[in-house]
Ligand binder design. Sequence first.
Ligand code: ZN
Length: 271
Amino acid sequence: MLPEMTALQIGHCKAPAFAARRDAGLRPIRFPAGAALIRRTALGSLLFDTGYGAAFFTATQSLPERFYRWTTPTRLLPAESLERQLSRLQAWPDLVLLSHLHADHVCGLFDLARLPPVLTSREAWNALQQGGRLATLKAGCPELVRRRLLSLKPRFIEDYPTIPSPLSDWLSGPCYDLAGDGSLLALPLPGHGAGQFGLLLPQTTTGPQFLISDAAWSRAALRDQVPPPDAIIRRLGVPGDYSRTFRSLCALSRGRPDIGLWPSHCPEAFS
Ligand SMILES: [Zn+2]
C-alpha cells in the first residue's frame, strides 16, 4: 500500500502579500501554517512540521518576543490545534520531522499529549544552541520555544544513509533515505533558516509529493518565478543560497509538473 498524505493547516499569520513574492502589494494576506501527516509509511505515521501551538503565544507574550506577534499577527483556533486535528483523524505520529526550527513549524509539537520521537537536521540543532535571547528571536525562534526544543533528544537527518537523488537534475546535495527503501527522502533546501530540509515522497496515493517548507512561500511564486523581496530573504537566511534553491524549485516545477509541491505557507496548498 502506498503512503497517504493529508495536508493540515495549524493556525495562520497575516503579513503583507509582498512577503511571499516581490511583485505583490502591501495588502495583508493570510499565511497558513502548513504541516502534513503521512500515513502508511515504512516508519509508520510521519508528521512533517507541526505549525503553531500554545507555546507560541506563551513565548511571545512579553517584550522583546512580543514584536514577533505584532509583526505577524497570528491566530490558532482551538479546533485547528495539532492535537485536536490528529485526534479527529485518529492518527498518532510515530515520528515528527521538523523541516527547520522556526516557531511556526515547531510550536504545535508541544500541544501533543504524547511527544513522538523528533527528527531534524544537526545543522539546525547546532545553530539553535548558539546565540542569546535576541539572536534566537531574530532567527525566528523565541527563547521559551528554543528552551523547550533543546530539552528534546532528536535524531538527526544527516545520520541516515544517502542514495542518489531522483531530483539530481534540479537540486544538488545529499539525499537522505529515511526509511531505507527510497520511499521517504530528506533533501536539503538551503537559504532559509539554518539546515532546512524538504521531504520528497516519490510515491503516494496521490502521486509524488515534495514538502518544501519555506524554500518558497507559494506555488504561484514558483510558477511565475517571482521570489520574495531581498529584505525578507536576508532577514531569515542566506540570500545566495535561497536564490539558488528557489531557482532550482522553479525549474523543478516546470520539469516535473507531476510532483506536487507544498510550500508550508502557501494558501493554494494549505487552504
Ligand atoms: Zn521558516
